[in-house]
Design a protein around this ligand. Structure first.
Ligand SMILES: Nc1ncnc2c1ncn2[C@@H]1O[C@H](COP(=O)(O)OP(=O)(O)OP(=O)(O)O)[C@@H](O)[C@H]1O
Length: 315
């Protein structure tokens, strides 16, 4: 769906994107992550044809970026959206439908459906100037999918939404995925990225630092948390000895006023948790709770970018 080879944008101040090579497959949901000023929006703006690259090349469904043929296949929700505030929400979507070459009969049916789908159907006749920020973002989403695009670029689609709005947008994106739409998502809401995306790339200072499937970047090791009663320092040392490499067991916390403690076990694979549980029970300890403690994308992001300088934020 997307093939970028060495795609660069130099704004003339040393900022932008540098030689980005990336492919996104048909039907994939791809998360494009990075700290503020990393170059995420710049990359998307090049792909949708809003700014010209200063180096490299890219195609969308085999068509050069910026061409009418490539644009026909895409929908785009910009990060900084602003719609004609003197029009009603329905008129804004109609205008986008017209710009996409959709005939009036089809648009008359599709526009109200879309407004309902993004959750502003009851306010479709109100002028945009009376919309809240979140409603305008929902309107932008309707505009981005009015042409039933094969590929949709969403730059921070839920930044203005409340938790319910975020969940609704997440559901909408899941529906789009099920229909086979390819999704390219720029977002700082990493829980949403984790729930939706198959693969992610991490960008910093215009360069890609890491690309991989979400499960790849999260699951190098499997961590479990176990709440155990009757653990003495001797038993803990014994357990650590018994379960030494490839398993590591450590004391995680000792909740105040409780007889039990939390242990953290790092395993090679999930199969080993049964063995560890039986080891604990056989020694007469009580096992109250066992739950997976997989790394969240948030933690991965924090550890991947901590210590890096973010040129985007510097004067
Ligand atoms: N038109 C422009 N002229 C000069 N520099 C620009 C321009 N647009 C963006 N930049 C700079 O390019 C860098 C990348 O900006 P970009 O908006 O692509 O980052 P981003 O990763 O999308 O950031 P954010 O997460 O804050 O939206 C930043 O340092 C920004 O200041």
């Amino acid at each position: 769906m997307i093939e970028a080879h060495g795609l660069s944008k130099d704004y003339g101040n040393g900022r932008g994107c540098r030689g980005i090579t990336l492919t996104v497959g048909t039907g994939e949901a791809f998360g494009f992550l990075g700290p503020n000023g990393a170059g995420k929006s710049t990359f998307v703006k090049m792909l949708v044809g809003l700014i010209r690259p200063t180096g490299g090349h890219a195609t969308i469904m085999g068509e050069p970026i910026g061409s009418i043929e490539a644009r026909r296949h895409i929908g785009y929700l910009p990060e900084l959206y602003r719609y004609q505030e003197w029009l009603s929400g329905a008129e804004v979507v109609q205008l986008h439908a017209k710009l996409c070459g959709i005939g009036p009969a089809v648009a008359a049916k599709r526009v109200p459906e879309l407004l309902d789908r993004v959750g502003i159907g009851l306010r479709g006749r109100d002028r945009v100037k009376h919309y809240s920020k979140g409603m305008q973002q929902r309107l932008g989403l309707a505009c981005a999918i009015v042409n039933d695009p094969k590929l949709v670029f969403l730059d921070e689609p839920a930044s203005a939404l409340d938790p319910i709005g975020r969940m609704e947008v997440r559901n909408l994106l899941h529906e789009l995925r099920k229909q086979g739409t390819t999704i390219f998502l720029n977002s700082h809401l990493l829980e949403d990225v984790e729930l939706l995306c198959d693969r992610v790339a991490l960008l910093n200072n215009g360069n890609i630092l890491q690309t991989g499937t979400v499960s790849d970047v999260l699951q190098e090791k499997t961590r479990w948390h176990l709440r155990v009663g009757g653990l003495t320092p001797f038993l803990l040392a014994w357990l650590q000895d018994m379960a030494a490499s490839p398993i590591a067991v450590a004391l995680l916390s000792v909740p105040a006023g409780s007889d039990s403690v939390w242990l953290e076990a790092e395993l090679e694979d999930d199969e080993q948790i049964g063995w560890l549980n039986s080891l604990i029970i056989e020694q007469g300890m009580t096992l109250y709770e066992v739950k997976p403690a997989k790394t969240r994308l948030n933690e991965w992001f924090m550890s991947a970018v901590s210590g890096l300088s973010h040129r985007g934020e510097r004067a």
